[in-house]
Design a protein around this ligand. Sequence first.
Ligand SMILES: CC(C)(COP(=O)(O)OP(=O)(O)OC[C@H]1O[C@@H](n2cnc3c(N)ncnc32)[C@H](O)[C@@H]1OP(=O)(O)O)[C@@H](O)C(=O)NCCC(=O)NCCS
Length: 177
Amino acid sequence: MITIRQIKTNQEADQLVLIQLVRLLQNAVHQGASVGFLSPLSDAQAMAYWTGVFESLQSDLVLWVAEVDGQVVGSVQLALCMKANGRHRADVQKLFVHSDYRGHGISSRLLTELEAFAIEQKRSLLVLDTEAGSLAEKIYQHWAWVRVGEIPQYAGRPDGQLTATCYYYKTLAVPVA
Ligand SMILES: CC(C)(COP(=O)(O)OP(=O)(O)OC[C@H]1O[C@@H](n2cnc3c(N)ncnc32)[C@H](O)[C@@H]1OP(=O)(O)O)[C@@H](O)C(=O)NCCC(=O)NCCS
């Protein structure tokens, strides 16, 4: 059974979750996902990344994990804009599902949870960027995200080859109080 859990504090992000997130990130990078890292991604680099994420959990970052039998198999983050003129928006970041668990609706479950939270927090505008031409693009389009455009040669794939990034947004219906 798949469960989606928000990791709210550094304390909840215990050592076991940290190690599982390290493996999840390494899996995404080593499978070729352009998510900010080059391959091979060492344990130390991945650990440093997640430690930074955990430190931001009590400020502007929200983290969800998808678990199957207590094992982390997916995750996604929402970075809340803290600028005075941007309190209505947030950035979706680092959506990963372990390659052994793809195609079972796990990213859909993560995004559904994230959107419900965003609505609750009155974040009516979500934005993200992802590698142009990737499967993730199809998935965001499936979920009614609007493609804005792309920037060529924006980021390196895990093998270092530069690739285009495309930008998306989605507006959410936030009930007026
Ligand atoms: C992109 C990724 C997160 C998708 O995860 P996943 O759990 O396999 O995706 P899901 O099974 O939840 O599929 C999501 C939805 O897209 C649909 N979908 C899947 N493949 C599709 C395709 N080729 N075309 C259109 N829709 C597709 C599914 O039907 C599902 O919708 P549904 O829930 O209404 O049926 C996963 O492939 C991954 O981790 N990739 C590497 C990391 C990455 O690129 N992340 C994006 C960074 S922004």
